[in-house]
Design a protein around this ligand. Structure first.
Ligand code: ADP
Ligand code: MG
Length: 243
């Protein structure tokens, strides 16, 4: 099922962070969302995860229980006393229901997911003792267990070592091969050009959306850079549709 963003506006106290965005994301797309700081990228992912109220327009083709969402790492409280295994098991919560006890198969799925992201042997480590790269591996294992058709990743490789980036890219490639929809926010344009077939260039409004080679043109990047330099953090009030 495709995801349709129809004239979508997302605002904080009526100051729009995403403004009149219309785009269709096909099932199985691996879409990069790029744009300057403050462009509304995280706000858009939050809304797709069903966590932000929509001010105007709509999002179709998504519901919270078909989405796995990995927020920007800064938003995660890793001081919570959890082990790697416990954090990964949380990916199964929706399926565990009231019983909250793991079947043998589910236990194996957790062990396997931890192995896929290269964290075998770390099952009982507290998450607050992990490096940034190890924590990101752990969060990817949780997304693996969530097993959803749509995966939202917000700057998954920020401040991550190259080995972790390479390993977790293999995990994303498998999601992509399985026809899951992967939407990732990143600043790494070389990565986007190498791996992501589609790009949405966002600067509060949509600058371009389509195949990466069509969108990441010198002209578009210049426009995004200029917008970034001239970026007015505090957007004007959106008067359209105001009471
Ligand atoms: P990006 O992820 O592209 O850097 P964000 O979506 O985080 O951008 O932010 C978009 C705009 O919305 C910015 O101007 C930011 O300051 C503002 N903003 C983000 N979160 C909040 C919030 N909770 N309250 C008020 N303004 C916010
Ligand atoms: Mg962000």
């Amino acid at each position: 099922m495709s995801i349709r963003l129809n004239n979508l506006t997302l605002a904080y106290e009526r100051h729009p962070a995403v403004h009149h965005l219309t785009a269709t994301i096909a099932q199985g797309d691996w879409l990069a969302i790029v744009g300057p700081n403050g462009a509304g990228k995280s706000t858009l992912l939050n809304a797709m995860a069903g966590l932000t109220a929509i001010n105007e327009g709509s999002i179709e083709g998504l519901c919270p229980n078909t989405v796995a969402y990995l927020p920007q790492q800064a938003q995660l409280d890793n001081s919570f006393p959890l082990t790697v295994f416990e954090l990964v098991v949380m990916g199964l919560w929706a399926k565990l229901g009231f019983s909250k006890s793991l079947s043998g198969l589910q236990h194996k799925q957790c062990v396997d997911a931890i192995a896929v992201v290269g964290l075998q042997g770390f099952e009982h480590r507290m998450i607050n003792t992990l490096s940034g790269g190890q924590l990101q591996r752990c969060l990817f294992a949780r997304v693996l267990l969530q097993d959803q058709p749509v995966i939202l990743l917000d700057e998954p490789f920020n401040a991550i070592d190259l080995k972790t980036l390479t390993d977790l890219t293999q995990v994303i490639k498998r999601w992509h091969q399985n026809n899951r929809t992967v939407i990732m926010v990143t600043h790494d344009l070389d990565y986007v050009q190498k791996h992501c077939p589609q790009t949405l260039l966002l600067s509060r409004e949509c600058i371009g959306h389509g195949t990466t080679k069509d969108i990441l043109t010198t002209g578009n990047l210049k426009k995004a850079r200029q917008l970034s330099e001239a970026f007015d953090e505090r957007a004007h009030l959106c008067m359209q549709g105001a009471a």
